[in-house]
Design a protein around this ligand. Structure first.
Ligand SMILES: [Zn+2]
Length: 337
């Protein structure tokens, strides 16, 4: 048994062959089946090389997130056939993919995995602040959404695979950005950065603001609202907060994890009938709209490649610029709203 995104990825892997380092990192058992999880790494083998990581399909019913990542993977595969500039870029950086992080959830069109655990609530830590009621993660019942799994149990295999992938491919890099693509919350496309477990500003707020400024100045008409995740809601067990905190402990390079949360309420407004379908809230149904969404984020991926390889301007701020960015960031994200 399979599903369209997995078939697409496996066909693409057939075409990629020697262009990337491809691994089947796990097989997730479900009923009589075992669903593979693949990772792909393009470019520099120097562990310290700047790295961009793209992740999709963490929440199974948000198929569009996986499709957006797969679309970029396909474009990159084709560019490698003829575009010298991408080869030059990849001499200096690495681009790594985990396009279908929760294959059983995608097969079942379910948010959680085969055990009904919400992988983005499954990290082994609780926030210091009370998290948003229920939506912030719950251990009451696996039959209710946002289930965190049994307290004290090991992480789900899919969560462990995601963490291992980031720790292996991304942590050694001197600079890295991770983008995890989701859909479902709100009416606009948001770029969320840590923290999600607390409303307290995270330590690299100045650099986040510098990156936001770079995005605003380079693409003045971009569609994104960039903000700390906790401005949407606070949650416990977010894997990106967990990974960020682990990275901080190890005093490694600069790691900037982000979530692209595509605002599906907008699609709903244009097509109210969607609410009656199982995928409605998370997935645009009309083909023309679908194509537009798959195209819509390619500019962002291009920007993130550049911001990863040419990171000095936003990650190495001098003390005055850092203080100024910090002040502006606090005004923008914390005092004016
Ligand atoms: Zn999601």
């Amino acid at each position: 048994m399979s599903f369209p995104e997995l078939v697409f990825l496996e066909n693409l892997i057939g075409d990629i062959k020697d262009k990337a380092r491809i691994e089947e990192v796990a097989r997730i058992p479900y009923m009589q089946e075992r669903f593979p999880i693949y990772t792909l790494a393009f470019g520099s083998k120097d562990p310290r090389a700047p790295t961009l990581a793209l992740v999709g399909g963490v929440h199974g019913q948000e198929k569009i997130g996986s499709q957006v990542v797969l679309t970029f993977l396909e474009t990159m595969t084709r560019l490698l056939d003829w575009d010298d500039s991408i080869h030059q870029l990849l001499e200096h950086m690495r681009i790594v993919f985990l396009p279908i992080a929760n294959p059983v959830g995608m097969f079942l069109l379910r948010r959680g995995n085969g055990n009904r655990v919400d992988l983005m609530r499954n990290g082994p830590f609780d926030g210091p602040s009370p998290t948003t009621f229920f939506l912030g993660g719950q251990r009451v019942s696996k039959y209710l959404p946002w289930y965190r799994g049994v307290k004290g149990a090991p992480m789900e295999l899919e969560s462990q695979v995601l963490c291992d992938f980031i720790q292996r491919e991304v942590f050694p890099a001197k600079v890295s950005i991770a983008l995890d693509v989701h859909s479902g919350f709100g009416a606009i496309d948001r770029l969320w950065f840590p923290y999600s477990h607390t409303i307290q500003p995270y330590p690299q707020l100045a650099e986040a603001y510098a990156l936001k400024t770079l995005l605003d100045e380079t693409y003045p008409n971009h569609v994104y609202r960039m903000e700390p995740t906790a401005q949407g809601y606070t949650i416990s067990g977010d894997l990106w907060d967990y990974l960020y905190l682990e990275h901080q402990k190890k005093e490694l390079g600069f790691f900037f994890p982000m979530t692209l949360e595509m605002g599906s309420w907008l699609w709903l407004k244009k097509n109210p009938a969607q609410i009656f379908s199982s995928l409605g809230l998370f997935h645009p149904m009309h083909l023309h709209r679908h194509k537009r969404i798959l195209r819509r984020h390619l500019t962002l991926f291009d920007f993130l490649q550049r911001a990863t390889v040419s990171s000095k301007v936003w990650t190495q701020l001098n003390p005055e610029d850092r203080a100024e960015n910090q002040k502006r960031a606090l005004d923008y994200w914390y005092y004016e709203t």
